[in-house]
Ligand binder design. Structure first.
Ligand SMILES: [Zn+2]
Length: 389
């Protein structure tokens, strides 16, 4: 029944060897984890995407049908294309106490620690079970975890709390901003630019919208600040514009993409409504005066909710206790924690490795961080063994 035990570093080497860049399949990695757990008598449940190319994995160690603590991480990594690596990014390399490889910090290091801890979890008489929840497509907008969460309370036990192991250098993160990205498509009417009155200029309509976005940005800056964040306000930026065909043609189309980084409590839906109202009242009529066929579409391309654990979070209290700290942190990057928290599972972010290493060439994690995380998980097992409330 029991396979050989592996160290976290050995498991990390295996996990890194699977090229799970978000646009590729993660099934080989998932099958490896499934086998590893099965060899120890732990059954996995997979939530597979419609194409069958990617899967989330959910497994429980300890009492069945009881809500426990989920160790949550994503299996996908960002691309290495265009980056200059000293060694093969998919072969774990140790140099000077550091483990190099794509995903070592973000966040296969945490996955490896969680898997390496499974034999220890099994040796204990856990009263509170520990769930393993590994997701796909986190790096492209926390997409994979959503169908997983949708199964909570149905085919999967909803966790009592969730530890998201994103790299925080093993400090306790209880809040982050939430990114929202909009995509606006403006269609006017082309004309020879000497016959401008016959055309409906899509770029000029976009210019109107840009001014409104600037007003929203300024208002967000003036709103009550949250000094835990850097910067201490929500930001809104136009991040991409595409429009026009030639210098002698009134542009028929223009696309605008903009990005909000919402503080917890900032209502992105009201910003969405405001933009739509502005477009309907201010941008479109001007185009349609000349070209009734003109249209403007607005879509939210991606939205990850901001995360705020709240003052009395059981998950934050547990994490602080296990890691022996008394201070929490807020960060600017987004994680899956807001999605779990909004679904009713108190969440906290704590994991090995430095976020500064994430997504970089020669990404690395300090071996000391792996050890620290492993100690943290051993203490979690102590707690889960001795707590029944
Ligand atoms: Zn990550």
């Amino acid at each position: 029944m029991k396979g050989p035990n592996y160290s976290a570093t050995e498991l990390l080497a295996r996990l890194v060897s699977f090229d799970t860049t978000s646009h590729k399949s993660n099934m080989e990695l998932v099958r490896f984890v499934e086998d590893y757990l099965a060899q120890r008598g732990v059954a996995s449940q997979l939530v597979v995407n419609p194409e069958g190319s990617k899967a989330n994995l959910y497994a429980t160690i300890g009492p069945a049908n009881v809500s426990g603590v989920a160790l949550s991480g994503h299996t996908d990594v960002v691309p290495v294309e265009g980056q200059s690596w000293t060694s093969n990014p998919f072969v774990l390399a140790e140099r000077d106490g550091r483990l190099y490889g794509r995903g070592t910090a973000d966040m296969k290091g945490f996955l490896a620690c969680a898997l390496a801890a499974v034999p220890d979890f099994q040796r204990r008489q856990l009263k509170v079970p520990i769930h393993i929840t590994f997701s796909y497509d986190e790096e492209i907008g926390c997409l994979g975890v959503r169908p997983l969460i949708a199964e909570f309370g149905k085919s999967l036990i909803k966790p009592r709390m969730v530890i998201v192991g994103e790299p925080t250098s093993m400090s306790v993160v209880d809040a982050h901003k939430g990114p929202v990205r909009w995509h606006v498509e403006i269609e006017g009417r082309a004309a020879h630019s000497s016959m401008a009155h016959l055309g409906a200029n899509a770029i000029m309509a976009a210019g109107n919208l840009l001014q409104e976005l600037r007003s929203i940005e300024n208002e967000l800056k003036l709103a009550p600040r949250n000094e835990r964040f850097n910067p201490p306000y929500a930001t809104l930026q136009v991040v991409r514009i595409n429009g026009g065909t030639a210098t002698n043609i009134v542009p028929v189309s223009c696309s605008v993409e903009f990005d909000l980084r919402a503080l917890p409590g900032v209502d992105s839906n009201s910003i969405d409504r405001r933009v739509r109202t502005f477009v309907t009242r201010e941008c479109l009529p001007e185009l349609q005066q000349v070209a009734p066929e003109s249209r403007i579409s607005i879509a939210i391309a991606n939205q990850v909710p901001p995360f705020a654990a709240g003052a009395n979070s059981e998950a934050v209290a547990l994490a602080l206790n296990l890691v022996g700290q008394n201070e929490t942190h807020a960060v600017s990057y987004a994680t899956e924690a807001g999605l779990f928290q909004d679904d009713g599972s108190p969440s906290v972010v704590i994991g090995p490795g430095d976020i500064a290493q994430a997504h970089t060439a020669d990404e690395w994690i300090a071996k000391e961080q792996i050890q620290k995380c492993s100690r943290f998980l051993a203490r979690l097992a102590d707690w889960a063994e001795n707590n029944s409330d």
